[in-house]
Design a protein around this ligand. Structure first.
Ligand code: NAD
Length: 207
């Protein structure tokens, strides 16, 4: 089910709430108020209550939200209640770190395949994933992989995105510092660390 009337900002906050709920759960909390959750996530309690109100009423007055139930509900909304397999393209400095990063699992994401163009890297096993030749990218279709993480140099980015689209991918997390042209059946999220960093000096309090 798609919740079409939910603002994008709310959807973008859901993984933040999920991370807070997972932390609260690890600390043995069964129920949590919006005030308590606000302390875990750094978002105003009124904003949390407003965001959750889009999905129905999860809370009980005086008791708060049931942590496990809310965690399950958010995962269901984000469609990560069932494990999603992803392919990594480009296993260089950044790709290697992504492949070795254990933190995707809690969000139900599993980097199940990795591809590179460099013959020296092909065949290497990193954390249980064998790096495959980029020429085999088309195989992800029958392996039911619909998500991809791209960590290739900028000049290879558009071509890689085109190949991923051809292979049936529907979501791309792009680390290359460029805009990608894809059909509107595919969602791209670009993470440009340098670009984010570039706005930081503007916001720095004057000393
Ligand atoms: P890198 O040169 O170490 O790795 C790039 C990898 O992509 C190599 O293994 C290369 O063989 C592979 N590759 C090249 N063309 C390919 C193709 N057509 N198909 C498949 N694989 C291909 O670079 P990096 O530092 O890992 O950076 C990767 C991307 O991420 C770059 O666009 C970079 O700007 C961006 N980025 C890197 C960092 C970082 O900290 N390293 C941070 C932010 C963004």
């Amino acid at each position: 089910m798609r919740y079409s009337r939910i603002p994008d900002e709310t959807i973008r906050r859901l993984p933040i709430y999920l991370r807070g709920l997972i932390l609260a759960s690890e600390q043995g909390q069964k129920n949590i108020s919006s005030n308590d959750l606000a302390e875990y996530v750094g978002i105003y309690p009124w904003q949390i209550r407003k965001d959750f109100s889009y999905f129905g009423d999860f809370g009980t007055r005086g008791v708060g939200y049931n942590v496990g139930k809310l965690e399950r509900e958010i995962k269901r909304i984000l469609k990560i209640n069932i494990s999603q397999k992803a392919a990594l393209v480009g296993v260089g400095n950044l790709g290697m770190a992504i492949l070795a990063f254990p933190g995707f699992g809690i969000y139900g994401l599993d980097i199940a395949a990795a591809f590179d163009i460099n013959p020296k890297k092909i065949g290497r096993n990193v954390k249980g994933v064998t790096i495959e030749n980029i020429s085999k990218l088309g195989t992800i279709k029958r392996r039911k992989i619909k998500l991809a993480v791209m960590a290739v140099p900028r000049k290879a980015a558009q071509e890689t995105a085109d190949e991923l689209v051809k292979a049936g991918v529907r979501g791309i997390l792009n680390f290359s510092p460029c805009y990608l042209l894809v059909p509107n059946t595919v969602k791209v999220i670009t993470i440009d660390i340098a670009m984010d960093m570039a706005s930081l000096p503007y916001y720095m309090p004057a000393s």
